[in-house]
Ligand binder design. Structure first.
Ligand code: HAM
Length: 423
């Protein structure tokens, strides 16, 4: 019986990997410029981390977690996102005591959510995310957004839309929350079961409901904008000033509600505006989470970050027709004719590689013509040809594959000469 790949996961084959690597290295390069350092946390965590961090009324916690009990009876969960783990590590490893604050971290790795698979939605997907912990300056919010926007732009995407919102501080949120409860309570019976249970626990999430999106009360729901207190308003205005200064266009959308509970103040999403991108257009999401470190037993620590998936990034590149150029092929293919010559190329290949070249030889006992075909498929810049006679005479023929030019080189000086030719 054949065994197939689990639903919602994918194999990334060598033909596809160049795109992944290009995005990953651009992300690392930008993190270096913006001074974010990599953190690697475990793939699984105690389930409680996500119950407390992501929030027990969210879809992620209620429906989408891969939770299991280990042999020691502990409840563990494959991480559905990276913020909770990063903040846990910040608290646990006392990074709040480091002299340089904010601590700026990034991560890249697989996340797991039991969602209904469709285009752009996987059960295992790779997130690149950053988190800046320890600063309450709206300039860092602008920096976080700018890093995400730059990553997309530098990879060649043009059709991007940034939407931002403020969820306000606790006082503003509480006032908004009461207004939402008053608004929806009288007719909550007309809403879905999820919304009914959200009413008391987290009424903001009603605004995010897909089932009751068209209900008339959704359109007249009180907006957070009317409940922001002075300091929250000021914070949001500052962020907008900084985004304008960075020449990042944005749209304020008071209905932007993120699917995780830890947010306050800034919330944002970057969407693809490309035609034919498909139903799920959100490429990246993030925001501020000033109470999260305290939730995990740490000191009051402001924080902000974002995450984006490489899968949706690649889909957006395809939708905009952006090609990722792969490398120009190998430096040298060693073609051999005859037993002794073949034996000899084992050592020669090693020498070439040790000298810093990408090089390959035949391992299938192919005829010389077929070896040339392999060299072509590998896009070899040079092919070096060695026969038993040449071996006896201590010479090797080097062919430049783009010009067709051929020359004989003294075998003992081959690697040295090959190096000189490259200069
Ligand atoms: P999120 O909105 O749940 O936020 O996910 C962020 C991004 O991960 C999405 O915009 C999307 O690109 C990608 N993503 C989510 N689910 C899937 C899926 N099933 N398949 C493919 N891609 C997916 C967070 O995860 C927060 N931790 C972001 C954050 C960081 N907030 C502050 N810091």
């Amino acid at each position: 019986m054949s065994i197939s790949i689990p639903r919602g996961t994918q194999d990334i084959l060598p033909g596809e990997i160049a795109k992944w690597q290009a995005i990953e290295s651009k992300a690392r390069e930008l993190c270096e410029k913006y001074q974010y350092q990599e953190i690697r946390t475990p793939i699984f965590e105690h389930t409680d981390l996500f119950l407390r961090g992501v929030g027990d009324t969210t879809d992620i916690v209620q429906k989408e977690m891969y939770t299991f009990t280990d042999k020691g009876g502990r409840s563990l969960t494959l991480r559905p996102e990276g913020t909770a783990s990063t903040v846990r590590a910040y608290v646990e490893k006392k990074m709040f005591g480091l002299p340089n604050q904010p601590v700026k971290l990034y991560y890249m790795g697989p996340m797991f959510r039991y969602e209904r698979p469709q285009a752009g939605r996987f059960r295992q997907f790779v997130q690149f995310g950053i988190e800046a912990l320890g600063s309450n300056d709206p300039a860092i919010d602008a920096e976080v957004i700018s890093l995400a926007m730059n990553l997309y732009k530098e990879m060649g995407l043009k059709k991007l839309k940034l939407i931002i919102n403020s969820l306000g501080d606790k006082e503003s949120r509480d006032a908004h929350r009461n207004a939402l409860i008053n608004h929806f309570s009288p007719r909550i019976g007309e809403f879905c079961k999820d919304c009914q249970s959200r009413l008391e626990k987290n009424p903001l999430r009603i605004l995010d409901c897909k089932v009751d999106r068209e209900h008339e009360l959704m359109k007249t729901a009180p907006s957070i904008m009317d409940f922001l207190n002075e300091s929250s308003k000021h914070y949001f205005e500052k962020l907008q000033t900084y985004l304008t200064r960075l020449e990042i266009p944005f749209v304020v959308d008071p209905n932007l509600v993120r699917g995780l509970d830890y947010y306050n103040h800034t919330a944002f999403e970057i969407m693809s505006d490309a035609e034919g991108f498909g139903a799920i257009t959100t490429l990246c999401g993030g925001g501020r989470y000033n109470g999260l470190a305290e939730e995990f037993g740490g000191p009051q620590t402001p924080g902000i970050g974002f995450a984006l998936s490489i899968e949706r990034f690649i889909a957006a590149l395809a939708a905009e027709g952006v090609e990722i150029t792969t490398d120009g092929g190998i430096d040298c293919y060693l073609a051999a004719l005859g037993e002794d010559a073949k034996d000899y190329t084992v050592g020669l290949l090693h020498q070439l590689r040790m000298a810093g070249f990408s090089a390959e030889r035949d391992y299938q006992d192919r005829k010389i013509k077929a070896q040339f075909k392999s060299a072509d498929r590998m896009n070899a810049k040079f092919v070096a040809i060695l026969g038993d006679d040449e071996l006896k005479n201590k010479i090797i023929t080097l062919k430049n594959m783009s010009t067709g030019e051929q020359r004989e080189i003294e075998l003992d000086l081959f690697v040295q000469t090959f190096k000189e030719i490259q200069l």
